[in-house]
Ligand binder design. Structure first.
Ligand code: VG1
Ligand code: CO
Length: 543
């Protein structure tokens, strides 16, 4: 097999963000773009000579071509073996599981997650370390440094590998094992949850709709929910992954999964609704007339996890990203377990999970997971919910209301301003950062600022420090607003404004969240000048 060494030059901007490198698909398709980045990953991790890697993606446009390029480059760089999902498909949690269970040296995941797919949409590539988790900052920094020093890449001259047939083939010296993307993952879920109890729940007439959003979770949800748990055929909708996700945003939230949301808010909807994102690591959970915010979901799962066999022994601790509401903190306090606050992005949970300090983790962005893998896991969260529903035989709405009565309710909402001109977003953000010190004591929309700072995180396991992780402002009444700029977008800037208010008065637990947070939203605008800076009168997406 001929190996070519191709001269190249660094390409600017190949800097991994919150979760890998994400760019317009057409950018990834430009000459050398993908190759440069793959070689930089290999160089950044000390080469792949003799190593075993996992490879798969969410099936979006260019997933198939990119996989073949990566295989040829792995062969040319001396890798021993690549384990690939059939047709180059693996959900992010399934990839994490394979990386761990097969004792590999890490993996490459092709996905831009919740970003739309297609030739004119987004593509992404992420390296996960041997623990199955997204590369921590130290590793992504080395990869970024490698992109800036690159002068050549190595690629084999070869025909495409047949990725449609299960089994082992060779690409020169490289062994390529094509595996069923669902099988191992489904077995893992059977070990964690009481499938008999969930089967009995479905047999009793419990109804559910799972919206796979034309993305990667479809085959997983069909196999697990319909084939193994006996949910009626048709429970999983939009179950066939398509390269452009049916033209939609594969983002499970009330805006992009509106049809499902509206169905669950209607009187004749099913008992339970759920959706997952492009690469299968996010989840939205709904009950009839009940929207469970991701922050509440994490809190409720923490309170009830012991109902599932995999968590019967109790939890070692929990962790949430800083912008996620403090609902889980009070459950952790009641359980007497540790609760960690990390920066946004799943990579920050890895050390806590590896060190056995946390069992459950969650983010407000529809991400929940546990130490069973090192990624957030959409279907896992849905199955834990089902296990709890099977055990309690309570409707979601009743469980949620009971939770609020016990712990209080953190009214919560995130306002996203998308595709803002970068200079305007930076002006807003830098302006706010500059005046943080002067805010305490001042009042906005009738609310007095008690604290204001920029979040920095000291990892308690390896001592590394991550700075500039969001601006947070606490009010005297316990409310909070957080400002961040997104690290997953591909055009302009996305400003995220996270609003939170704690309510413990039992007579005020069933308010509309928008109403409950309206003062904090006004204060946020007064403090940061959102309308003035962006020219926007309202957020593009409210979750
Ligand atoms: C967003 C979310 C963050 C999540 C990340 C990756 O990042 O806010 O919580 O971990 O997406 O999720 P950002 O930087 O845009 O706010 V996924 O499912 O897109 O890999
Ligand atoms: Co995702």
């Amino acid at each position: 097999m001929e190996i070519r060494t191709v001269p190249t030059a660094p390409i600017a901007g190949q800097k991994p963000g919150t979760s890998g490198l994400r760019k317009k698909t057409r950018v990834f398709m430009e000459p050398h773009y993908l190759e440069n980045y793959v070689q930089s990953i290999f160089d950044g991790i000390g080469g792949v000579q003799g190593k075993t890697l996992v490879l798969g993606g969410d099936g979006r446009y260019f997933n198939d071509r990119a996989s073949q390029v990566i295989l040829r480059m792995a062969a040319a760089n001396g890798a021993a073996k690549v384990i690939v999902g059939q047709n180059a498909i693996l959900s992010t949690p399934a990839a994490s599981h394979l990386i761990r269970s097969r004792g590999t040296d890490g993996g490459l995941i092709l996905s831009a997650s919740h970003n739309p797919g297609g030739e004119d949409a987004d593509f992404g590539l992420k390296y996960n370390t041997p623990n199955g988790g997204p590369a921590p900052e130290g590793v992504t920094d080395r990869i970024f440094e490698a992109t800036k020093a690159l002068s050549e890449y190595r690629i084999a001259v070869a025909q495409d590998v047949d990725l449609s047939t299960l089994g082992t083939t060779r690409l020169g010296e490289l062994e390529v094992e094509v595996v069923d993307p669902v099988a191992d993952y489904a077995v893992l879920m059977e070990q964690l949850f009481d499938f008999d109890a969930i089967r009995a729940l479905f047999a009793s007439g419990f109804t559910m709709r799972f919206d796979a959003m034309h993305a990667v979770t479809g085959p997983y949800a069909r196999e697990i929910l319909e084939n193994r748990l006996g949910a009626p055929a048709g429970t999983v909708v939009n179950a066939t992954p398509s390269p452009d996700f049916g033209g939609g945003h594969p983002d499970p939230n009330p805006t992009w999964a509106k049809e499902l949301f509206d169905l669950l808010m209607s009187d004749d909807g099913p008992d339970f609704g759920a959706a997952s994102d492009g690469d299968g690591d996010r989840n939205m959970v709904l009950g009839r007339h009940a929207y469970v915010t991701p922050s509440d979901s994490l809190a409720l799962l923490t309170a009830h996890a012991h109902r599932a066999p995999g968590y019967r022994e109790g939890l070692k601790g929990v962790a949430r990203s800083m912008p996620t509401s403090a609902a889980v903190d009070r459950v952790a306090a009641a359980l007497g377990i540790a609760c960690y606050e990390t920066p946004t992005g799943w990579k920050f949970f890895g050390n806590l999970l590896d060190a056995g300090r946390a069992t459950l983790c969650g983010e407000e962005s529809f991400g929940t997971g546990s130490d069973h893998v090192r990624e957030k896991d959409g279907l896992w969260a849905v199955l834990l919910w089902l296990n709890i529903l099977a055990d309690t035989r309570q409707p979601v709405k009743a469980l949620l209301e009971d939770h609020w009565r016990t712990y209080g309710r953190n009214y919560y909402s995130r306002h996203d301003y998308e595709d803002v001109e970068t200079e305007k977003a930076n002006a807003l953000y830098d302006g706010l950062r500059a005046k943080l010190g002067s805010l305490p004591g001042q009042s906005f929309a009738g609310l007095t600022v008690a604290t204001a700072d920029e979040f920095a995180y000291d990892d308690p396991v390896d001592g590394s420090r991550s700075e500039r992780q969001g601006l947070r402002i606490g009010f005297a009444d316990g409310g909070r607003v957080v400002f961040r700029l997104s690290g997953t977008g591909t055009v302009g800037a996305t400003l995220r404004v996270y609003l939170e208010a704690l309510e413990t008065d039992p007579s005020r637990l069933d308010r509309n969240a928008g109403e409950a947070l309206s003062d904090i939203a006004r204060a946020a605008d007064e403090i940061a000048g959102i309308k003035a800076h962006t020219g926007r009168q309202a957020p593009d997406v409210i979750t």
